[in-house]
Design a protein around this ligand. Structure first.
Ligand code: GRF
Length: 203
């Protein structure tokens, strides 16, 4: 099976990127990370990519007059590396029209809550403050909204009485590292079928 080329966009520490790199390197999923792009020059994600001999580039949004031009540069770089699937992994910007049109149904994101609950920033704190007994994480396709696209996979994580934001985030993160490679694997094998808002997983 030919290997699907992934482009990863990350703004921070890149632990989900690492999970994808490891899954690809281990031969577990028929995919490879072809390029990593970051809007933050010293994002640790860029170092992780370089340690795995993956091209890693900082693209400075401030160097472009607006989001459209910045995204055109992202698209240019992703296409130059043959990217077929874009994975957002802690990428702290909303994706706009230019990226969505260049990669229709081909952009995924991971979010640390059971969407549609607690979209946006500080999802783990939102869950604690609300008092839910269960939260988790979600891999979804990206649309023009904030964490609002069709859901691919979710994992449930219990909220424990002694939890603070850090302990809950750490337990959720373990699950993120499981479901993100699994979602990419399903995509790479052509097993995800989008029907309206619903994502069917083919046998
Ligand atoms: C993760 O919690 C992810 O769900 C959210 O941002 C965080 C990124 O962490 N979108 P990392 O950079 O992958 O370690």
């Amino acid at each position: 099976m030919s290997r699907l080329k992934i482009g990863v966009l990350a703004s921070g520490r890149g632990s989900n990127l690492q999970a994808l790199l490891d899954a690809c390197a281990g031969g577990n999923i028929p995919a490879e990370v072809a390029v990593v792009l970051s809007d933050i020059s010293d994002a640790y994600a860029l170092q992780r990519a370089r340690q795995s001999q993956v091209p890693a580039l900082h693209v400075d949004p401030a160097a472009w007059p607006g989001r459209e031009q910045y995204e055109q540069e992202l698209v240019r770089l992703l296409q130059a590396h043959g990217v077929e699937l874009v994975c957002l992994a802690g990428y702290m910007r909303l994706v706009g029209r230019v990226m969505l049109q260049a990669f229709p149904g081909r952009i995924m994101n991971i979010h640390p809550s059971l969407l549609p609950a607690f979209p946006g920033l500080h999802a783990q704190k939102q869950a604690l403050d609300y008092g839910v007994r269960f939260t988790g994480c979600t891999v979804h396709f990206v649309d023009e909204g904030m964490d609002s696209g069709p859901i691919i996979l979710q994992a449930v994580v219990p909220v424990l009485d002694g939890d603070d934001e850090a302990s809950l985030a750490a337990r959720i993160l373990e699950q993120e590292h499981q479901i993100y490679p699994r979602a990419v694997d399903l995509f790479a094998r052509g097993r995800l079928l989008l029907k309206g808002r619903r994502v069917c997983i083919l046998e």
